[in-house]
Design a protein around this ligand. Structure first.
Ligand SMILES: [Zn+2]
Ligand SMILES: [Zn+2]
Length: 276
């Protein structure tokens, strides 16, 4: 084989390899080759997204298929402010690592391929909403991290499904670390953390609305519950939680709470007025 023909053959092989095995056709979690348009390989779908399992009809955690509600929700300890929450996958292994890389290694671009499958999952499990609302980060944390992973997810769904974002929910207090706190202290820790800070026009937009509340992960459901209660006090009629991942029922902490919430109106937080 002459040099020029060999070089041409190498170019053809490189092109074929790039077409067959480029990043667009590799599983996001294990890099196994997947056919066009797929984001995850069949093994990862089965391992992390568990189509064989139900989701608790209230809090969204994954359940054995013979159950529709987890023990906490049956016992009245589930999130009380939401109609329903649903988790896309199981917070474990490579899926957990993926979510942590997005969040703690500042890699929000990893989310960009999730729009179509996440949108499809959401529409199959939840009724279409009027608004998509991300769980907010406090400004201090936003400054440290540079982005809000829940807001990035909400934007993906917005672009994928054409459903508008509502950005009037704010975290007005940083949350102290929960580790080592008693149950009473944990509950107190989340009180008054979330508030609606919106123009009167924005507040009007969610009156009677159905909302999807978006976060990356839920464990106890407390954050979703607190946000949902604030949204309902602000006028939302129905709140559905959607998260990338949750635990299996076994080993879930039983730490749901009721709390007090505030709603603030005004075009600027500094000018806003507490009405609840
Ligand atoms: Zn895979
Ligand atoms: Zn539940």
């Amino acid at each position: 084989m002459s040099g020029s023909i060999f070089s041409l053959w190498q170019d053809i092989k490189d092109l074929a390899r790039s077409l067959l095995y480029d990043k667009e056709s590799a599983c996001l979690l294990c890099e196994t080759h997947v056919s066009g348009g797929q984001v995850f390989c069949d093994d990862c779908k089965q391992t992390y997204f568990r189509p064989d399992l139900n989701r608790c009809s209230h809090c969204g955690k994954l359940l054995e298929s013979q159950h529709t509600e987890c023990e906490d929700c049956v016992a009245g300890r589930g999130p009380k402010g939401m109609e329903q929450a649903v988790a896309w996958g199981h917070y474990t292994g490579a899926w957990r690592e993926f979510i942590q890389n997005v969040k703690f290694k500042s890699q929000p671009y990893l989310l960009k391929q999730l729009g179509p499958p996440l949108g499809d999952f959401a529409l199959r499990h939840l009724p279409p909403p009027h608004w998509i609302v991300p769980v907010p980060l406090h400004d201090e944390r936003l400054g440290e991290r540079g982005f809000n992973q829940a807001a990035a997810m909400a934007s993906l769904l917005h672009w994928e499904l054409g459903i508008p974002l509502w950005e009037g929910l704010h975290r007005v207090q940083p949350t102290a670390p929960q580790v080592g706190l008693s149950r009473k202290e944990r509950l107190h820790n989340l009180e008054s953390v979330f508030q609606i800070v919106s123009s009167s026009r924005g507040l009007k937009q969610i009156q009677g609305a159905r909302v999807w509340l978006i976060d990356d992960v839920t464990t106890t459901g407390a954050t979703l519950e607190h946000c949902a209660k604030v949204l309902k006090r602000g006028g939302a009629a129905q709140v559905y939680g959607l998260v990338l991942a949750a635990g299996l029922e076994k080993g879930q902490k039983k730490d749901y709470s009721a709390s007090e919430f505030g709603v603030i109106i005004g075009s600027d937080r500094r000018e806003s007025v507490t009405i609840f």
